[in-house]
Design a binder for this molecule. Structure first.
Ligand code: 1CP
Length: 339
């Protein structure tokens, strides 16, 4: 592993090897995760800094990745805004009707005093035990969080969100505003506690139309990047957003995380050099024939090694069926390529 390669790459500074980490690198695909979890829910785990620090360091220790990402979830801070979040077998859901809460003034601005998760303590705990390891903090993106709030669970293709944008634009903008303020405050709290980078996970942004994205949504993202610029490097992750490519490049984030559908080699040549790129191995390869995986890792790593501000990652999170051994091999292969 090379922590300095990660810290240099994220700032577009010279370095030797290509840094690598994986979105959702700490999760159920890892046998030790279940042991540490010991039957607890993610909500319970995230209330215990010792557990969070322990899970956060697992992939660094076991896979040899160059950065850790603090173990938390994008939906947990919503609890400090008056919403009830539950994690069931079919994924997370928000057990509150936001319209009703808004009508009663019970959907309120995030404040860390209302946040019952000791995330700063967890960050300190990780830092104490892992000096020098780059730690990534994160938040969900406004539209991705809105999709869980408006439909009370993940809104497949954002159809409920899109209906609201058409029919109740003021309501929708009010929700985006309050979420944007949360994202800024929540990210700054993580930076104060000691994370080195902020990634915005906007997994479902690609379901917005080009017009919705550029005319309505992009200003909220620009506000987030502007608030964080100068405090830490920022990464914006989204999927299926090729139709708003030129808008993405002007959002003000230092890096764009690219999903597996795009040809990263031609993409990296088409964008301005100052913009960093992260990605984009197909997550389906996290459990495939080793020779097939290696060939694809080599194609991407060799094709991208010219770029100072490039970080290897998957095109989305590690799937539940991911294999620890394959991920370890991917890290080894990426590290064998020098620039
Ligand atoms: O790398 C890491 O493990 C860091 C921790 C992390 C991150 C970065 C978790 C833990 N969640 C996330 C981000 C997250 N959460 C995103 C953005 C990235 C992505 O698209 O995968 C999203 C959309 C969520 C919402 C969420 N929380 C989902 C996705 C469900 C859906 O609608 O498709 C899920 C399954 C969760 C629960 C969750 N979050 C994290 C874990 C380990 C779990 C599983 C907990 C459990 O079920 O017990």
């Amino acid at each position: 592993m090379s922590y300095s390669d990660f810290l240099n790459a994220i700032k577009a500074q010279d370095h030797e090897g290509i840094p690598v980490w994986f979105m959702r690198q700490a999760g159920r695909y890892m046998p030790e995760f279940s042991q540490i979890r010991n039957g607890r829910s993610i909500r319970e785990m995230c209330k215990d800094p010792e557990t969070v620090a322990h899970i956060t360091e697992l992939p660094v220790r076991k896979l040899g990745v160059d950065a850790a990402i603090i173990f938390h979830d994008i939906l947990l801070p919503l609890e400090a805004m008056g919403l009830r979040v539950e994690y069931g077998k079919d994924g997370p859901s928000v057990r509150s009707n936001v319209m009703d809460l808004m009508a009663r003034g019970k959907f309120f601005e995030y404040s860390k005093e209302n946040d019952n998760y000791p995330l700063p303590e967890s960050i300190h705990k990780f830092r104490e035990g892992n000096p020098g390891v780059p730690l990534i903090g994160f938040s969900g993106g406004p539209i991705t969080l809105a999709s869980y709030i408006i439909s009370e669970k993940r809104d497949g293709d954002l159809s409920l969100v899109r209906r609201m944008i058409h029919n109740e634009p003021q309501r929708f903008l009010e929700i985006l505003r309050i979420l944007t303020e949360m994202i800024i405050d929540f990210s700054k709290a993580q930076l104060r506690a000691g994370v080195s980078v902020i990634q915005i996970f906007d997994s479902w942004a690609g379901y917005l139309s080009g017009d919705m994205f550029s005319k309505i949504y992009s200003s909220y993202l620009r506000e987030i990047s502007a608030e964080l610029t100068g405090l830490a490097p920022t990464i914006y992750f989204s999927t299926g957003t090729w139709h708003v490519q030129s808008v993405l490049e002007e959002l003000g984030f230092d890096y764009l995380s690219v999903d597996w559908r795009r040809d990263i080699l031609s993409y990296s040549n088409a964008i301005k050099e100052s913009l960093g790129i992260q990605g984009n191995l197909d997550p389906a390869l996290a459990a495939s024939d080793l020779n097939v995986v290696k060939a694809e890792v080599m194609r991407i790593a060799n094709g991208m090694k010219w770029k100072n501000n490039y970080i290897f990652n998957l095109g989305h999170g590690v799937p539940q069926f991911g294999s620890e051994n394959i991920l370890k091999e991917i890290v080894r292969e990426v590290h064998s390529v020098t620039r």
